[in-house]
Design a protein around this ligand. Structure first.
Ligand SMILES: Cc1cc2nc3c(=O)[nH]c(=O)nc-3n(C[C@H](O)[C@H](O)[C@H](O)COP(=O)(O)O)c2cc1C
Ligand code: SF4
Length: 481
């Protein structure tokens, strides 16, 4: 899914016209241009910064909070926590400390002492939706962060960006510089008393830095281990101050909610969670990619209509619906809507909305082993179940995958899953690692048992048998000549 702005001005105007025609149905992506993202002037021409203008000039912070709460926006970082509810835990909003006056009359000091952090770490395997928004329309995120910072009384905001997103870093910094030049950042934003400084921070590069409290530690220059909660970051976060951490995609919805209202946002997906969703697909599909679609598109539509179906003549064996740390679903779930509740009822999580698809020509044991190797390497080592449990699971899975496992190994793997489950660790990395493992042992039990009973991977064995058959057919054919 790409969009390119032609160089000459007449075709550029055509492009803009076509893009704007999709503004109400594809709010997040209609202005995406991966090759040449809109600069400040282009973004303004396309209606950019209208949402922030409305927030600063027509709404009080409480008013924005009410609008966002009413829209029903849920966080797109994985857990689906309602954004308005998260913001409302910031003490300044709870204690009604913020003036409901126009921002022109407000004292700049009223906005001190909270922080907003945009989580752009995106290291979850199979997840690449935020990158698309960051590289394709960087001013959208800056506008969104002005709206969110204003609402939660933050004068300082940070974008915590995955270290490898070099292009996104370059484009974001350029857009931030343009926003300062045009008085959308810094002191007295657009003539109001509101002030915001926005900093780009690139991660040193660990998956755990995406967990919001580990991210805060990393931003403070400390080792990136998660913090015990409570206190939650909204009360005590960065440098001990109230802090809201929101995902890139979550934030990017804000300018559009401000511009078009909460009823429009709810109508984008009438039968499901509100809004659109950045869905993605990778693995054994013909056409891997990322698409903005109404929330609640079914798995079948996503897999067959957008990702082109299974590749290399494979049949669907299973899929992870929302990145590497979600439970497998199978063919019987194809008509499940991809929204938070429906995927939850089907036994998994919407997570990041990125399908990782497994075909029947690939080995589920090898796939789960690969994922567990990732989680074991990325464990921060704070909790025993995760630090010791993930490499232990790798050891057992390696044995099984190599055909040297036993049935007792399966029992032990199940026990390990219980040992690493929710409530037994400080963060969700270990339970996230359990999700694909436990569900694979349930849905693909036969494959695990075949490895043990045949002493090798049945798929590899099939491949070998097939090769041997070809050689023997050839020999027979030659003999016959
Ligand atoms: C191990 C781990 C990694 C995570 N990585 C990310 C990430 O890269 N991006 C993200 O937005 N959230 C990530 N999260 C979730 C964040 O902790 C947090 O819930 C999220 O940023 C909140 O944003 P939202 O309310 O807008 O969804 C991760 C969580 C865990 C446990
Ligand atoms: S679950 Fe793992 S990653 Fe999370 S705090 Fe514990 S050891 Fe660290």
């Amino acid at each position: 899914m790409t969009n390119t702005t032609p160089n000459d001005s007449s075709s550029s105007e055509n492009w803009l016209e076509q893009a704007l025609a999709q503004a109400l149905t594809k709010p997040l992506t209609h202005l995406i241009n991966l090759e040449n993202p809109l600069d400040f002037n282009g973004y303004i021409k396309a209606g950019g910064y209208m949402g922030a203008t409305k927030a600063l000039k027509e709404f009080s912070p409480k008013g924005v909070l009410e609008l966002v709460s009413d829209s029903g926006l849920k966080g797109r970082g994985g857990a689906g926590f309602p954004t308005g509810m998260k913001w409302s835990c910031v003490p300044a909003l709870q204690e009604k400390k913020i003036s409901t006056d126009s921002p022109f009359n407000q004292n700049a000091n009223e906005h001190e002492n909270s922080y907003l952090i945009c989580n752009g770490d995106e290291m979850e395997p199979g997840t690449f939706k935020d990158r698309y928004l960051l590289e394709g329309v960087p001013h959208q995120l800056i506008e969104a962060m002005i709206i969110a910072s204003y609402t939660i009384s933050a004068n300082k905001a940070y974008i915590f960006l995955r270290g490898e997103y070099f292009l996104a870093a370059e484009r974001l910094q350029h857009a931030i510089d343009e926003a300062y030049e045009n008085k959308w950042l810094g002191e007295n934003i657009q003539g109001t008393n509101y002030q915001l400084d926005l900093y780009l921070h690139t991660s040193a590069g660990r998956y755990i830095c995406g967990e919001e409290t580990a991210l805060i530690n990393a931003l403070e220059g400390k080792r990136a281990t998660p913090r015990a909660k409570p206190p939650f970051p909204q009360v005590s976060g960065l440098f001990g101050k109230p802090t809201v951490v929101n995902n890139v995609e979550t934030l990017c919805n804000l300018p559009h909610i401000l511009k078009h209202g909460s009823a429009w946002f709810k109508d984008l997906s009438p039968d499901s969670d509100p809004g659109t969703k950045m869905y993605a697909a990778c693995g054994q599909v013909k056409n891997p990619g990322v698409w903005e679609l109404p929330m609640g598109v079914t798995i079948r539509e996503l897999l067959y209509d957008y990702a082109g179906g299974m590749k290399d003549g494979a049949n669907l064996k299973g899929l992870l619906p929302g990145g590497a740390s979600t439970d497998f679903l199978t063919e019987k779930h194809l008509d499940t809507p991809m929204d938070f509740d429906s995927i939850g009822k089907a036994g998994s999580r919407l997570g990041t909305g990125g399908l990782i698809v497994l075909g029947d020509k690939h080995c589920p044991v090898a796939m789960v082993l690969n994922l567990l190797q990732f989680f074991a390497q990325e464990s921060c080592g704070w909790c025993t179940p995760c630090r010791d449990g993930t490499p232990w699971a790798v050891e057992i899975l390696t044995r099984i995958e190599q055909g040297q496992g036993s049935h007792e190994d399966l029992t032990q793997l199940n026990e390990l899953c219980d040992f690493m489950w929710l409530g037994k660790t400080h963060c969700a990395l270990a339970p996230g690692a359990v999700e694909p493992l436990k569900s694979a042992m349930r849905y693909f039990k036969y494959d695990f048992e075949q490895h043990i009973e045949q002493g090798c991977c049945p798929i590899e064995a099939n491949k070998q048998n097939h090769q041997e058959q070809l050689v023997s057919n050839k020999k027979e054919a030659n003999h016959g000549e």
